[in-house]
Design a protein around this ligand. Structure first.
Ligand code: SPV
Ligand code: MG
Length: 672
């Protein structure tokens, strides 16, 4: 599209202001003239070619436009008869540059709100700006509208007319018709037809399709005299005071963000809402940079007026507090998980007269590459290990799902359900001794050795990024445990849980049905101490698991052990129970918290499965482990499939309980 700006007029009503320069060079704000504002707005919107007609002071204007150094190719066409003709003749002079193009036509003395220009450029049909909010002007342009189309434009029409401004978007077919009319007028030999409005030629076209584009009460005005200038300058001051709100969750700024920020700045002062870490994790991956660093990053961007925290995915709180005039967002949120948030933003903006501006979303290759690098970074041992502590501190309560293979790891990593306009997902993975052993067809008695358990961790870590909590059984001999700690820490495991049993360990869910020996407190404390001394970083955690309730040794024993273990350096305490009633777990939590408000408490609600995470959190629990549900749900499904094949002597009946093979081959993307 080419822009055609008409600047041949004398502007004599401006008095001294046009004595030495054309009207369009009149200053309307500090370091801004009518023409500099128009040209930079066009350049910002990607228009590259401009045809500008000139008349008096053509050289001054040409030199000035070039001095602006905008990325525009401007063709200046001087109307040699500017004093005795009108702009119809200027367009005629420029006709060679204007054939067969979509044209944005504007008079050189027009000043408008950037959103008006956006609407005009976005119009899918030819249009002219009109206002249904302004009174009909006595002398200026009015457009007669019938059947939704503009029929005539001129100063003398009042019937069925709206105030109109000479800012047009003309699609090629409409423009070709109008230009042909202009040429016919100018070549008619009648001097009156070279002196009239170009719109007279437009009015003569019977089959034109030009829609009215209503700018309402937004700024779109010509400056004809000193009063106009004062009024427009005042409105521009008010425009500059407008606030534009943008929300960011990102920890890496890429060209798409810069483009969005640049675009947003056109509409007013930039207020950026940075999503808090808590809000980011409910929506996408764990942030690489914590909130204060992300906030500082946006504060350092030139032209940003203010940066504030956005505590939730919902914009409501900040919109109500700051009442920005605009919210700018990529158009990617029209569908999917963010759609609800968008609907709410529109409703809140409407409630006080704000406006949403959407721009095409730039999910380009460079961005995908950055995201890939971020995910790779998150899977690195140091980052992954540190994430569990951070998540506990950030969320108060984290959840972990059992994983015993790459596939179950992927389920723990990627499963998400929509909730409150966000996504709910697991925070971590539990590498269970029970499920790791079961997957290998072995009993859960520390028979699967550490080397094999490490292989399981490795398989899981290979395809995931979330933190890993490792079920370390009894931890083995203290002399062995110190090596286990070092290996786990180096691998990027966040926490090892060791239980206070000794001798042949059996799964706790057997309770007292299996003979089990609880470790002596001093021995177990020594093991904890040795492990803590062995670790190299401060992000690795050793969790002491108390079996007193499982072994029916009583609450006092459980509490005595808990405090002894934390005194020995345990970073967390797991209290276990096989009762379906959670009251003993809650009683323990309440009494533990009365003395120790900080050490994280971990539970495995396999038996007491009716209690919700919210209730557990209310009693000071910090980590909830869903320890075996993937194994327990997949085993009957697999057994059923095997039985169906045996029963029917073929696989057809079994297909009903199977994932389609078209899906299984695509289940794991090549780039996990
Ligand atoms: C495991 O998952 O292996 C556990 C938890 O240790 S439980 O099975 O409940 O003992
Ligand atoms: Mg276990």
């Amino acid at each position: 599209m080419k822009a055609l700006i008409l600047n041949s007029g004398l502007g004599s009503r401006m008095g001294a202001l046009t004595a030495e320069q054309p009207k369009c060079m009149t200053e309307i704000a500090a370091e801004e003239t009518i023409v500099s504002r128009q040209l930079s707005m066009l350049a910002e919107r990607g228009i590259r070619e401009v045809v500008m007609t000139t008349g008096a002071f053509a050289d001054v204007l040409e030199q000035y436009c070039r001095s602006l150094e905008l990325p525009l190719q401007i063709t200046f066409v001087k109307n040699p008869r500017y004093a005795e003709t009108n702009y119809i003749y200027s367009i005629y002079c420029a006709r060679g540059h204007l054939l067969h193009e979509d044209i944005l036509l504007l008079h050189g003395d027009l000043v408008f709100d950037p959103t008006v220009l956006d609407d005009v450029l976005a119009a899918e049909q030819s249009c002219m700006t009109v206002s249904s909010a302004l009174p009909l002007p006595e002398k200026d342009f009015k457009a007669v509208i019938a059947d939704g189309c503009i029929q005539k434009v001129g100063t003398a029409f009042f019937d069925r007319a709206l105030a109109a401004q000479p800012l047009y978007h003309l699609k090629r077919t409409e423009w070709d018709k109008w230009l042909a009319g202009i040429i016919a007028f100018c070549e008619s030999g009648d001097p009156a037809q070279q002196k009239c409005y170009a719109e007279d030629a437009l009015n003569a076209i019977a089959d034109k399709q030009i829609m009215p584009l209503d700018f309402g009460d937004r700024l779109c005005a010509e400056i004809d005299n000193a009063d106009d200038l004062a009024a427009v300058s005042e409105r521009l001051c008010a425009l500059r005071e407008r606030t534009v709100y943008l929300c960011f969750s990102t920890d890496m700024i890429h060209s798409g963000h810069i483009a969005l920020i640049r675009k947003a700045k056109r509409y007013g002062r930039l207020l950026i809402g940075v999503l808090t870490d808590e809000a980011v994790v409910t929506y996408k991956r764990f942030p690489l940079m914590p909130f204060p660093e992300r906030k500082a990053m946006f504060e350092a961007i030139a032209g940003v007026w203010k940066v504030t925290a956005q505590n939730t995915l919902s914009y409501r709180e900040n919109l109500m507090q700051y009442r920005p005039d605009f919210v700018v967002h990529g158009d990617d949120w029209r569908t999917g998980i963010q759609q609800q948030i968008r609907d709410e933003v529109i409703a809140v903006l409407q409630s006080y007269g704000g406006r949403l501006i959407e721009t095409p979303y730039a999910n380009d290759d460079a961005y995908r590459e950055l995201e890939k690098r971020a995910r790779a970074e998150m899977s690195m041992p140091d980052f992954r290990r540190a994430r569990l502590k951070k998540a506990i501190a950030m969320k108060g309560l984290v959840t972990a799902l059992e994983a015993h293979s790459g596939l179950t790891g992927l389920i723990a990593e990627k499963t998400a359900v929509p909730e409150n306009s966000g996504l709910r997902q697991f925070d971590a993975m539990w590498v269970s001794s029970l499920c790791d052993s079961t997957a290998k067809g072995k009993p859960d008695i520390e028979l699967v050795d550490m080397t094999s358990r490490f292989r399981t961790i490795d398989e899981i870590m290979d395809v995931t990024t979330k933190p890993v909590i490792f079920d370390g059984d009894t931890g083995g001999l203290t002399e062995h445990f110190v090596h286990t700690v070092r290996t786990l820490e180096r691998m990027g495991v966040s926490m090892v849980v060791i239980e206070d049993k000794t001798g042949l360990k059996k799964n706790s869910l057997f309770g007292t049905e299996a003979a089990q020996t609880q470790a002596e407190i001093p021995d177990f404390c020594a093991k904890i101490r040795a492990g803590k001394n062995a670790q190299k970083t401060d992000t690795f955690m050793i969790c002491a698991r108390i079996e007193s309730l499982i072994l029916e040794r009583g609450m006092e024993d459980a509490l005595t052990r808990a405090f002894a273990y934390t005194d020995a350096g345990a970073d967390a305490v797991m209290i276990h129970s096989r009762k379906t009633d959670p009251s003993e777990i809650l009683a323990f939590a309440d009494r533990f918290r009365a003395r120790d408000p900080v050490t994280p408490l971990v539970v495995v609600p396999t038996a007491f499965n009716t209690i919700t995470e919210e209730e557990l959190k209310a009693h000071g629990i910090n980590v909830v482990i869903y320890a075996n549900q993937l194994t327990r749900s997949s085993f009957p499904a697999m057994q059923k499939a095997a039985e169906l094949i045996l029963t029917h002597h073929r696989a057809k009946e079994c297909d009903a309980v199977c994932m389609p093979f078209q899906q299984i081959i695509r289940l794991i993307p090549e780039d996990t």
